[in-house]
Every structure is written in C-alpha cells, then in structure tokens.
Design a protein around this ligand. Structure first.
Ligand code: ATP
Length: 361
C-alpha cells in the first residue's frame, strides 16, 4: 500500500522557508502533480519525499511506515521509490537493454526473469526495436523513455518525477505527456510529478497541488482547479484570466468600476460591501459587433472598444477597453472573429464566467 501522507512538513534553508507546514495526502495509485512557479518549494518537497533532504518539522508516512521525521530519515535506497530527472541520467556506455536491466541485476533477479521483464517494459515504452542501441544513438525523447523504463521496471511503490520533460522540444513534450499518462494507467504506481507547466500537470494528473511560497494553495482535479480557483494566485496561475477588484452588491451581483455585474453564486458570495476579486477567463467573454443582439439570458452586456489585437493562429487575443471606466479586459475568440483597433464592440459576459474570490485568499 503506497498511500503517501505529508503531515505539517517544513523545511528551511537559512532564513528561507522553502516549505511551510504542508499537509498533503496522495492516494494509493494516484498521480499527483506539484505545480507552481520557480522557487515555490516543489523540488524541496520531492527531495524530502525521496529522502535526499531531512525535514525541520513534520513527517512523511507511506502506508504504515514513517519515512521521514525530525532527526529520523530512512535513506533513499530503502524507501521503495524511483526517481526520474530532467537530465534523463541514463548511462551512455550501456545499451538500452542494459540501462533498463540494471535495477533488476542489482536485485539479483534470474537472467530469464530479467529478459522477460525488460522486454515487456521496452515494449510498453515503445523501444522494443532499439534494445541494442546506446543512448548516444537515441533522440532526447527516446532517452527519456529509457529513463522511464529503467525506473518502472523495478516496480517501485512510488515514482517521483522532477520536470522530466523540460529538456525536450515543444512537440515531443506534448507527446510525452500523453505517454506518461498512458503508462500510469497501465501500471497505477503512486506518482508525484514536479512541473511549472500547467498543461503538463493537467494531462498527466489525477489531482494537482498548486504551490506558492512554500505552501499548497489548492489541491483538486485539473477541472476543479481551473473551474473553481479558490485564490487569486490559483486563478491567475492556471490559465489566463482577467482578475478584477469588485465590491459585493448582493448574493448574486457585484459592482466593478461602477458597473453592476451578475456573478456565479457557486462557492458562496461574501457579505454586501466586502471587497472581492473577480476572475473572468478571456475565452468565456463573447464578442460581437456594436449593436448586436444581447447574448444569452443571465449575461452581463457591456459596450467596449478594441484597444489591441493579436493573431495567434488558432485564436485571436483582444484587449477591450470599457468606455467611461478604466477597465480593460482580455478576450480570446476563434480566429474567424476579426475586429480592428478602435472598433466598437459588444461584450457578453455570462454570469457563470464571473467567479468571485474572497479578498485575502
Ligand atoms: P524551480 O521550479 O525553480 O526548480 P522549486 O519550486 O522547485 O523551483 P525549490 O527548489 O524547492 O523551488 O526552492 C524553494 C526555495 O528554497 C527557493 O527560494 C530556493 O532558493 C530555496 N532553496 C532550495 N534549495 C536550497 C539550498 N540547497 N540552499 C539554499 N536555498 C535553497
């Protein structure tokens, strides 16, 4: 049973609190990403999990074993974990087969079993044809598959992945995200994946823990995190958003820059008069010609003027000013919707797209 529990886990470096009082439970067989900006404590958490670092406070418990506590850390090789790094770290002088077989040889498994397990694993990562090659004869993506196969063949209780795709080019990175998810679905090894790439976390993970300044700000499924961000930080880190300041008017609406806006009531609205943040995703705002019929019922209809326009191939990214206010909103439309700077437009913002985030969150 590889359920992982972090209890009040903390670690400082000098005066820097790299990790502050983190509580986190990773279910048996779950794939969890630690997602956040540079310096938020992701790698520190992974190194604590691996046993490369000792905590200043709190504990790490796997199943019924305490692996780390103040002054008592089980060494990395006795933790039943395998780790994959950015740098692949495959051995250049060993063939693909021997790289993958290494952990099983170390465990003195019989030759026939090694042949069988390595063969199966190489098929699983789609390297069956390349078993006799050396890493120097492989692409970056293929080398990372060797690293994955080498980590998985020993069937660790827990797999730790530290930004494993960041050395690959963009299209390969995209392909490998799906590959990692596919392997997880085959093997169901409890996995912790460190990344600062939102799309990577969303494709690979059952749940994402969004970290900021040594703390977990929110944990949830990719959809929960995107649809119901609980803090301003999460709203703006996960996808693009317009983050506005507003004052609660009643249980269904706020005033923003003097404009009344009907909002999404899910998650609760603070008391009237309180200042809140309002998150509106650019692709949820509808844009039409000036004077067009109002959008769907329950929507907020505003007049605007195009301030800036960028063509993104699959989409267009507009900055729209709201005359009479100092508000400007990013709006992303499909690429067929063409407006020019200075065009007058009509915006419809569905109430469901206006997510209220209490101040201080
Ligand atoms: P990145 O995405 O850039 O790798 P991260 O989220 O993994 O960032 P950590 O490496 O965990 O962040 O670092 C968290 C904080 O702890 C940072 O402020 C970092 O400078 C500091 N830190 C990490 N390791 C050390 C160390 N060995 N000595 C001193 N400070 C450290």
């Amino acid at each position: 049973m590889a359920r992982v529990v972090l209890e009040h886990l903390s670690r400082k470096f000098g005066d820097v609190a790299a990790l502050s009082n983190v509580d986190l439970t990773i279910a048996d067989g779950e794939f969890l990403s630690l997602l956040g900006p540079s310096g938020c404590g992701k790698t520190t958490t992974l190194r604590l999990l691996a046993g490369f670092l000792a905590p200043d406070g709190g504990r790490i418990v796997v199943g019924d074993r305490v692996l780390s506590a103040l002054g008592a850390v089980v060494p990395p090789e006795q933790r039943g974990m395998a780790m994959i790094f950015q740098s692949y770290a495959v051995w250049p002088h060993k063939t693909v087969f021997d790289n993958v077989a290494f952990g099983l040889k170390l465990r003195r498994r019989p030759q026939s079993e090694i042949r069988e397990r390595v063969g199966r694993m190489l098929e699983l990562v789609r390297l069956g044809e390349l078993a006799a090659r050396y890493p120097g004869e492989l692409s970056g993506g293929q080398q990372q598959r060797v690293a994955l196969a080498r980590a998985l063949v020993v069937e660790p209780d827990i797999l730790l992945l530290d930004e494993p795709l960041s050395n690959l080019d963009a299209s390969l990175r995209e392909e490998m995200r799906f590959e990692i998810r596919r392997l997880h679905e085959e093997m169901r090894i409890t996995s912790v994946y460190v990344t600062h790439d939102q799309a990577e976390a969303m494709v690979t993970s059952d749940r994402i823990a969004v970290m900021n300044r040594g703390r977990v700000e929110q944990i949830g499924t990719p959809e929960e995190i995107y649809e119901h961000p609980r803090t301003q930080f999460v709203a703006s880190f996960i996808g693009r958003t317009n983050c506005l300041t507003a004052v609660v008017a009643d249980g269904r609406s706020v005033r923003c820059n003097g404009l009344p806006l009907v909002v999404n009531p899910n998650g609760g609205i603070p008391a009237p008069g309180l200042i809140v943040a309002l998150s509106i995703r650019p692709q949820e705002i509808l844009l039409a010609n000036d004077g067009a019929a109002p959008g769907p019922a329950g929507g907020n209809v505003l007049d605007g003027r195009i301030l800036r326009h960028a063509y993104l191939g699959e989409a267009r990214d507009y900055l729209v000013g709201i005359p009479g206010t100092d508000l400007s909103l990013r709006v992303v439309t499909n690429s067929a919707q063409i407006f020019r700077p200075d065009d007058s437009v009509r915006l419809t913002i569905p109430a469901d797209a206006c997510r209220v985030i209490p101040q201080g969150n």
